[in-house]
Design a protein around this ligand. Sequence first.
Ligand SMILES: Cc1ncc(COP(=O)(O)O)c(C=O)c1O
Length: 446
Amino acid sequence: MDMLDDTPRGKSNRKLDAYWMPFTANRQFKASPRMLVGAKGLHYTSDDGREILDGTAGLWCCNAGHGHTEIADAVHRQLLEMDYAPSFQMGHPLAFEFAERLKDLAPDGFEHVFFTGSGSESVDTALKIALAWHRARGEGSRTRLIGRERGYHGVGFGGISVGGLVNNRRHFGTLLTGVDHLPHTHAPEHNAFSRGQPEWGAHLADDLERLVGLHGAETIAAVIVEPVAGSTGVLVPPKGYLQRLREICDKHGILLIFDEVITGFGRLGTPFASQFFGVMPDIFTTAKGLTNGAVPMGAVFTTDRIHDAFMNGPEGTIELFHGYTYSGHPIACAAGLATLDIYERDGLLTRAASIAPAWEEALHGLKDAPHVIDIRNLGLIGGIELASRPGAPGARAYDVFTACFQEGCMIRVTGDVIAMSPPLSIGEAEIAQLIGTLRKVLERTE
Ligand SMILES: Cc1ncc(COP(=O)(O)O)c(C=O)c1O
């Protein structure tokens, strides 16, 4: 398809067919594209020259907002100094420096960082470390992985196997075997319009005992959950739920993995969600905010207890047969170090704690808006669930999404849930704009 490009970038023929877009209705999009051509601070610029308030920090990744010259300069400098260095049996200083900085930021006890290229790779890495850890300790029978219904752990085969979103699973044949799932914690009949963590539902973690009873603890390697589930429509863990999971894992020698790909780097008002909830996993995954979304990268954090079990055998032995060409990529490390400087300078990793009350108040102000059947929030995360149109799940939220874009606000929808996760630098005026736009759009949406 040819389209006339009359954007500020000049008039040329723009072809849209070659790019097979991810998680997108390609034909629908290409018939009526939404193009972003610039980004600065809290705003994108669309190709028709409009300012769009970023209500989603890109895809939950630009936690410090957009267009930071410090990140651009660091990347530029590093590209000229050394564009790439192999990460297998070779090192470069920035990867070590970045790992040290991350370790200092992580909760006490997380002493080691394994670099990946994305959240999906971080998840697969964490699952593999968990499996190999048990084997390294002589418990090779622990091969089973437990995920959760409505969980999202990226799109690798490991991630979709432990994930619990049916559309991400059912098209792809045989997934990992030996996987089971906990029930999700979404219970609007008990918890609708909860502010923050719902009161009801901690006991849902007890289902892990049932799975232990069914399979035998000696077959289970790890449980993986998102501390707050995002992509499935913002599911906030009930009070006490994560603590309970931790206790049951401890009781049965099962590793607990937190997938902090969206909660990492300040989303809840602490650097990591484990600190917010006061529950420590054994391994946790990150990506996205790690480099403020500027360069693809992920990182998996582990404790000495996990890492040191691998550091046996002859010194010349590769301890973990795993890694990526782009593990610890110098450009990503440069972007990540500059990102941490910005987070620290601007106090962004704790800022959500102070803005969260205003966010919660504004969000729950939409309770009486048309179609709204639930509102969920924690830190700088917000979910607004709409009643589905009969026979057309997702259609109403999609209309709200496109109308908000026309009105100058970027939100995200998954099914009929509007999910928002603005940059951590958002102020009350922009929150008011976002929520005001949503109300206006909801009022005219059928
Ligand atoms: C919790 C969680 N895990 C993993 C991923 C996958 O990350 P990526 O898209 O970088 O592979 C995501 C992405 O949204 C996520 O939310």
